[in-house]
Design a protein around this ligand. Structure first.
Ligand code: MG
Length: 242
């Protein structure tokens, strides 16, 4: 209902502002733990709580995933270096409702292939969002993302998916970044989703590192991740984290 969507919007605005705040600090020499601390303080200053910290036992506010790391990277004392790309995923809880948002940033100047990867991943997210309208199905979202990214020669991660969002971070339905037109559950007004393509320069195959969290590409080539939380209304798609 509308009051729930209003709270999801507030939670979405907090994660949006968190990434905007962090952007200027994403430079060579900063550690991912520094970024994590700044994000936690910022979120707590907004009458909100970090959405990931403690969830499933994850100990941090941010997921920070560098280069070949796809998602769920753990903040650490590792310093960012010129030419790396870093995916930052952040969650918030505002009055019991979750926000979930991710962007991949360049550290200084990056290669042209990384630049293209970032652009294609971001564009694929917006193409997916456009399909998330009443009358379509969840498969239409994944179809749009997959078609676009694969045509550019990139790998679309299949092992991890987007999700419904609300009083829980991960709700039904699952939202794959691949699929067939017209497949999956029908999209109805009031549905709230987190859409989050994970796109690789090379293979779509991934594995989990020894820390049991960090997902990496099998060929060690770079990966990017962009995510928005959205609310599907009768006549429009509202991006909650924009
Ligand atoms: Mg998510």
């Amino acid at each position: 209902n509308n009051s729930e969507i209003e709270k999801l919007y507030c939670a979405g605005q907090i994660v949006k502002e968190t990434l905007l705040m962090l952007e200027e600090f994403i430079v060579p020499g900063v550690t991912t733990l520094d970024l994590d601390k700044m994000a936690e303080e910022f979120i707590r200053s907004k009458n909100s709580e970090p959405g990931f910290k403690g969830l499933y036992g994850f100990p941090f506010t941010l997921c920070t995933s560098i280069d070949e790391e796809v998602v769920h990277g753990m903040p650490s004392s590792r310093k960012l270096q010129e030419g790396e790309i870093i995916g930052i995923d952040v969650g918030s809880i505002y009055e019991g409702y979750y926000g979930d948002h991710a962007k991949t940033f360049s550290v200084g100047t990056v290669s042209n292939s990384k630049k293209e990867l970032l652009q294609v991943t971001k564009d694929s997210l917006y193409l997916g969002i456009k399909e998330a309208k009443v009358g379509n199905t969840i498969g239409d979202i994944g179809f749009a993302i997959q078609q676009f990214a694969e045509k550019k020669g990139f790998g679309v991660v299949k092992d991890l998916v987007g999700h419904g969002i609300g009083k829980k971070l991960h709700e039904e339905p699952q939202v794959p970044n691949f699929g067939l037109k017209g497949s999956g559950p029908k999209i109805e007004a009031g549905l709230c989703l987190a859409i989050e393509p994970m796109i690789n320069i090379g293979t779509d195959e991934v594995y989990t590192k020894d820390d049991d969290w960090t997902i990496c590409t099998k060929d060690n080539k770079p990966s990017a991740h962009f995510e928005h939380s959205i609310a599907i209304m009768e006549n429009e798609i509202k991006i909650l984290s924009e």
